[in-house]
Design a protein around this ligand. Sequence first.
Ligand code: CU
Length: 146
Amino acid sequence: MKKALFLLALLLLTAVACSGGEDEGITVTDPWGRTSPAAAENGAFYMMLTNNGSSDDTLLSASTDACGMVELHEMYDKGDGVMGMRPVEGGNIPVPAGGSAELKPGGLHVMCMMKQVDFEAGTEVPITLTFENAGDMEVTAVIRDN
Ligand SMILES: [Cu+2]
């Protein structure tokens, strides 16, 4: 129910923002991060990026006080079934017009290095996402187990 209200609020905000009949642009759905022990140096954030607009956009970067350094990463197969991760090609994540980019465990993620806070279940982490066209968007990632 709480989530439904949140989504409704988002829709209303979007409606207000688009009252001029402008491009709807980027929607960020369900930003979250996985719980990890305080001793763990790194964490990751996941979310769904949807582009309802008519022009391509790109997630250029992300930043948050919860991390000493943030990069956009992807998981890849190092061979022999071993997975590694690396910064995405070009350092950014394209979100094509009418399409989406899913950041999820085992794939694309916002990498949080030098964690500054404990990733305990229920913790809310404000993140600024910077898009090429949509500009800066503030989202709040919620920490949970999966
Ligand atoms: Cu990573």
